[in-house]
Design a protein around this ligand. Structure first.
Ligand code: F6R
Length: 242
């Protein structure tokens, strides 16, 4: 695991974007695993700039997002599909048909999970999986618990996660209670993982995830088993690592 801590946000973003761009240079048909949330936004902005400047192309790439809320109306501003379109896909040269986000409005959610896994199986493995880290140690929406699920599945969101995400909704009651998420097994199949964490409020969970015991009570701790993980932290998030 290679852990880098950055003093300046611009360096954090340039490093993350540079890693993704160099992968696309080497392998234009790369399969990218995407995350939403606040942590990757600066990197997505940098990639948009690089794409405009002709420094990187997504024309042959395909993407698979980690997760999506269940039951948000199509086009809802807080759906992860809307987030990805607004923050990245609408502004780069990717073909929209090559971007994939689980369908949280599918009539049969179990069938949607099976379809998503089948697509990942057929078109994967993911070359680079981007991840953020929840305050409770979740990756994707794999919440802490007695056990973890390998493949894509429907999950009940924990109160801590709903509360953390309530800042994007009119009230806590508007935050969906369920989501579809890629499982920890699917995440760990990626050839390389790029974990992005910002903020002092994440310092404790960063330490537990990267240096603590490997346990389903902290899903991100399973990343310690992966042979190729790059972690980018700002100074706040890295504050408790020696
Ligand atoms: C988002 C996702 C979540 C977030 C995590 C951190 O697609 O799967 O696991 O990555 O909640 O969110 P931020 O980056 O907002 O702190």
């Amino acid at each position: 695991m290679n852990i880098y801590t950055f003093k300046h946000e611009a360096d954090f973003n340039a490093t993350g974007a540079g890693l993704i761009a160099s992968l696309l240079h080497t392998k234009p048909r790369s399969v990218l695993g995407m995350a939403t949330g606040s942590s990757p936004i600066g990197i997505y902005q940098r990639l948009i700039e690089m794409n405009r400047q002709g420094l990187v192309s997504f024309a042959k790439a395909s993407t698979y997002n980690l997760d999506e809320y269940v039951g948000l109306p199509e086009g809802h501003p807080e759906s992860y599909r809307s987030f990805m379109n607004e923050k990245l896909f609408n502004h780069i040269d990717i073909k929209m048909e090559n971007t994939h986000v689980p369908d949280g409005n599918a009539a049969d959610l179990e069938e949607e999970c099976r379809k998503y896994d089948a697509m990942l199986e057929e078109n994967g493995p993911v070359d680079l999986q981007i991840l953020g880290l929840g305050h409770n140690g979740h990756i994707g929406f794999n919440e802490p618990g007695e056990s973890l699920i390998g493949g894509t599945h429907v999950v009940e969101l924990q109160e801590k996660t709903r509360t953390a995400n309530a800042r994007f909704f009119p009230s806590l009651a508007d935050v969906p209670t369920q989501a579809i998420t890629m499982g920890v097994g699917s995440i760990l199949k990626a050839k390389q993982i790029l974990l992005l964490v910002r903020g002092e409020d994440k310092a404790e969970i960063v330490k537990r995830a990267l240096k603590g015991p490997i346990t389903s009570q902290c899903p991100a701790s399973l990343l310690q088993c992966h042979p190729n993980v790059v972690v980018l932290l700002d100074q706040g998030a890295g504050g408790l690592l020696s």
